[in-house]
Design a binder for this molecule. Structure first.
Ligand code: GLN
Length: 542
């Protein structure tokens, strides 16, 4: 029997609902249950793929090629369950499916309305693609009270009513602000937020109250009384020093015990959280530290590099070091001498990106890393920039560029117009829509024998997630290889370069895919583990 847990947020945004959901998923797993996590986003974009990273944060790509909300990254990092297309939906997608059905004549005769047509489509999504999961956790994006959320709240209310309280739990995440002048944690915003939920017919059975200090019994009693729930189901979600402490901390507050109690499930033994404790221990007490310079364009919002930042932390966990991140806006390198900013870093990483602005800076960062033998990790765009740099400065192709920045005589990076996915042929041209048309999701790559990456992965074939429209042009392979850049990973048909490396450099690797999307704190990605190890070596040199 599958049970559903709906997680809503109130009072303010950015309360960490996604992390709370992910941590509850991990705790239920530790109790032996099979979980699935989903995100329902009220905005009107069909998916976040076309949104600016500095507004919306990272776009998390699933194996099956969906561009999804970054919370799905938290879900995967905490539970290890690979997210699927069917785990994230937006109002935009719901409405476009309803409108497509209307045009098709599926509702013939009916007036198409939010209730029941839109709410039915939302319920269909919640119910869909579920098999033997014990728990499906659905996080509703946004804050209760937003106009956009209403159809979602109405849909989960109906859904809860249909399956019954014994199978549906509503958890509301709120904030208890501390007011120094009063010397108190204030419960009123929480009371109001629960009232707001009640006004749409949802009585949460449990509250997760974010606060920077423990909740005194008196306040807890007050919240329980006014919000109409058992006192022990008012859970304190205290601030923690590392996100990997969240499962342990929530468990200490009785979160998972109360969830099981709600469903009438016996919480037999203590769950084994030693894995999380070990991770936290490594994060808190590392044996050394390294500094990685991340040269990107979206550094004004660190959320745009969410998985990347976490993967670097994972690389640190694997090597028992703290990884300090020095975020650098690539435009600071547009003037040549700005490379002084890179002196002293133990590794340089150029992440994914789009568009021409800031690219000369990224190319300079790659050049600095190559010439000064500093470990370099180029991810997607960062690989393309490293190839342009090598073409210009190693292979003598001075005008080398990417067609992403306009037409060029030496397109070492060009638009992908055709590729295969399984048995399907994918075709694109310059006129194609921008939404959902990149080369997305998991694709295999074949690794060259005796290459560094083959050694790192310890496998001849790998599968990694992709999100790109341009590719390194295979026609320049010979020239680049003669100049010293090895094409060490290719698509199985040998047409798309997937990995390049410099054999006579301590660690210089560019990958066309996004390894950061698959790294977990309990299973750090081998490329990040290896990159951080190289950075440790580098730190011993300087
Ligand atoms: N802009 C590049 C492309 O579309 C790189 C994309 C990325 O870094 N994710 O190919």
């Amino acid at each position: 029997m599958t049970r559903y847990i709906f997680i809503t947020g109130g009072v303010v945004s950015s309360l960490g609902k996604g992390l709370a959901a992910a941590a509850l998923g991990a705790l239920l797993q530790a109790r032996g249950y099979k979980v699935r996590l989903r995100k329902l986003d009220p905005y009107l974009n069909v998916d976040p793929g076309t949104m600016s990273p500095t507004q919306h944060g990272e776009v998390f790509v699933t194996d099956d090629g969906a561009e999804t909300d970054l919370d799905l990254g938290h879900y995967e990092r905490f539970t290890g369950v690979s997210a699927r297309k069917s785990d994230n939906v937006t109002s935009g997608r719901i409405y476009s499916s309803v409108l497509a059905r209307e045009r098709h004549g599926d509702y013939l005769g009916a007036t198409v309305q939010v209730i029941p047509h839109v709410t039915d489509a939302i319920k269909e999504f919640i119910r869909g693609d579920v098999t033997d999961e014990d728990f499906v956790l659905c996080e509703i994006g946004g804050t209760v009270g937003d106009i956009e959320s209403l159809p979602f709240l109405e849909a989960i209310r109906q859904f809860g009513n249909e399956i019954g309280t014994e199978r549906a739990l509503f958890i509301h995440v709120t904030l208890l602000p501390y007011i120094p002048a009063a010397g108190e944690l204030k419960t009123k915003p929480t009371q109001h937020s629960v009232k707001e939920l009640l006004s749409v017919g949802i009585q949460p059975a449990m509250l997760l109250c974010r606060s920077d200090r423990p909740i005194p019994e008196n306040e807890r009693r007050k919240i329980a009384l006014f919000c109409n729930m058992k006192q022990e189901r008012v859970i304190a979600a205290l601030d923690v020093d590392t996100i990997y402490q969240v499962p342990v901390s929530y468990h200490e507050q009785g979160f998972d015990d109360q969830v099981l109690a709600y469903f009438g499930l016996e919480a037999k033994d203590e769950p084994d959280l030693s894995m999380w404790k070990e991770i936290v221990q490594r994060v808190r007490a590392p044996e050394g530290e390294v500094t990685i310079g991340v040269v990107g364009k979206y550094t004004s919002l660190i959320d745009s590099y969410k998985s990347l930042g976490e993967s670097l932390v994972h690389g640190g966990i694997a090597n028992n070091v703290r990884v300090n991140l020095k975020w650098m806006d690539s435009s600071i390198f547009d003037s040549e001498d700005a490379v002084v900013h890179l002196e002293g870093v133990d590794g340089i990483l150029v992440p994914g990106g789009f568009g021409e602005r800031g690219t000369e800076g990224k190319i300079r960062a790659a050049q600095f890393a190559r010439e000064h033998k500093v470990p370099y990790f180029g991810i997607c765009f960062g690989m393309q920039m490293a190839v342009i740099e090598a073409a210009r400065n190693l292979a003598g192709l001075r005008g080398a560029s990417s067609t992403e920045f306009g037409s060029t005589d030496i397109p070492v990076v060009g638009l992908m117009t055709e590729w295969t996915r399984g048995n399907e042929r994918e075709v694109r041209n310059v006129e194609s829509d921008l939404g959902g048309t990149m080369r997305l999701g998991a694709y295999d790559a074949v690794l060259t024998e005796d290459s560094k990456v083959r050694d790192i992965y310890r496998s001849p074939v790998i599968s990694e997630r992709h999100r790109h429209r341009y590719e390194v042009n295979i026609n320049y392979r010979n020239q680049l290889e003669q100049a010293g850049m090895l094409f060490s990973g290719l698509s199985p048909d040998g047409i798309l370069p997937e990995i390049v490396e410099l054999p006579d450099h301590p660690w210089f690797i560019g990958v066309q895919f996004h390894p950061e999307l698959k790294s977990k704190p309990f299973d750090p990605h081998p490329l990040f583990t290896s990159f951080i190890r190289a950075a440790i070596e580098q730190s011993r040199l300087v």
